[in-house]
Write a protein that binds this ligand. Structure first.
Ligand code: PLP
Length: 396
């Protein structure tokens, strides 16, 4: 019998993401091998924070009979989020405007589901986090990608203006950015906000800004965070604790509606978000993670140590002849690949047990991405490998 697709939609999604899937299928058998230097993703390469483990143990112990009952937003978790945002940013979010989510992955999906109708266009910036496109397509939306300014990695506001149509419903902005490490300056965010205000007015339909702030607590050089939600009132902040704690398998994050958004719209959106979480398959985090949030929000991987690893890697790579800029935040470095084919170069490094992400997977052919979540021992092992590879002749 002829094999027909089980789901045409899933087949189309698989085809659209084939390079990414191919990469991870290729990497997977290597990933758990002892002794490799793993720079592929923001995954932990060292033991977790002991305080994190203690908090999970403490809050796993039931204190009431309904401890493990169905939980939507746990009020203590909502309060932990608003206290944290008030302390770190001096902005007062409302408790009821916080929705707990299973990380930013789900937060993005819920936000798009809550504000969009099928066929709506969602703009995202490229090079992107690898799954904006997939989430939008999975919801029957039309992803529209807009390149950033490739000299500065800043937002190209004029290019966004050209990409906006009467169907544009949302724009995803990720600052600091994965993979470029760029933290967008306030002046750019204000120009973007003015453009979105004018376009919403012209369309007679609001454009929402989905602010993916997964790395807002991973900033270097004493930099202060500039949130897009403080430039544009129709913003939804999206956060995950998977980065600051390096616990991406522990699914907790949140959505927060900008307090400057008109009150009536916020009320409507709160209901839409609750419904989106229900039809998305009860996409609230497990109760234990929500109870623990006030404790774990205070914890973080050592940012100073990450900054030192960033600087050491940049110096080592530059000395070896690689071209790369200094990221302002996130886990990622983006050297230019000495070989035009970044996939071939990635596979070449892998022969010496050094694993990186080929740029092609994040719409950036000719580069490769390094995650500085790798341990010091991995960096010791990898720097001579990078140096030797840079000297080799490009294969014909
Ligand atoms: C920019 C960005 N957004 C969202 C996510 C998803 O985060 P999580 O898996 O913690 O939900 C990631 C993870 O790599 C990311 O880098």
């Amino acid at each position: 019998m002829e094999m027909r697709p089980i789901s045409r939609k899933m087949d189309a999604l698989l085809a659209a993401h084939m390079r990414l899937l191919e990469f991870f299928m290729w990497f997977d058998p290597h990933s758990s091998r002892e002794g490799i230097a793993d720079f592929v993703a923001g995954n932990p390469q060292e033991m977790p924070l002991p305080e994190y483990v203690a908090a999970i143990k403490r809050w796993s112990e039931p204190k009431r009979k309904d401890w493990f009952a169905y939980q939507m937003n746990v009020p203590e978790a909502q309060r932990a989020v608003i206290a944290s945002l008030a302390e770190r940013r001096g902005v007062a979010f409302a408790e009821e405007d916080i929705a707990l989510t299973t990380g930013a992955f789900a937060g993005l999906e819920i936000a798009m589901r809550a504000v969009c109708d099928e066929g709506d266009e969602v703009i995202y910036l490229t090079p992107p986090w690898f799954f904006y496109d997939g989430i939008a397509q999975g919801l029957g939306l039309v992803p529209v990608k807009v390149r950033v300014d490739m000299k500065t990695f800043d937002i190209d506001v004029a290019a966004i203006e050209r990409a906006i149509t009467s169907r544009t419903r949302a724009i995803i902005v990720n600052s600091p950015n994965n993979p470029t490490g760029k933290a967008y300056p306030r002046a750019t965010l204000d120009r973007l906000a003015a453009l979105l205000e004018a376009a919403s007015e012209r369309n007679g339909r609001a454009i929402y800004l989905l602010s993916d702030e997964a790395y807002y607590r991973i900033l270097y050089d004493g930099r202060r965070y500039e949130s897009p939600t403080e430039s544009y009132p129709r913003s939804i902040l999206i956060y995950t604790y998977g980065k600051q704690l390096l616990t991406p398998g522990e699914r907790i994050g949140f959505l927060a509606l900008a307090p400057t958004m008109p009150a009536g719209e916020r009320r409507q959106l709160r209901n839409a978000i609750t419904m989106a979480q229900l039809v998305g398959g009860w996409s609230w985090p497990n109760a234990v993670l929500q109870y623990a949030l006030a404790d774990i929000d205070r914890l973080s991987v050592d940012i100073g140590k990450l900054e030192r690893k960033r600087d050491r890697m940049i110096q080592g790579l530059r000395e070896a002849g690689y071209e790369l800029h200094v990221p302002e935040g996130t886990f990622y470095l983006l050297p230019k690949s000495p070989w035009p084919d970044d996939w071939a170069f990635t596979k070449h490094l892998a022969e010496s047990d050094v694993f990186v992400l080929p740029g092609e997977v994040v719409d950036l052919p000719g580069y490769f991405r390094i995650s500085i979540t790798a341990s010091d021992a991995m960096i010791d092992k990898a720097l001579p490998v990078f140096a030797a590879a840079a000297k080799e002749r490009v294969p014909a």
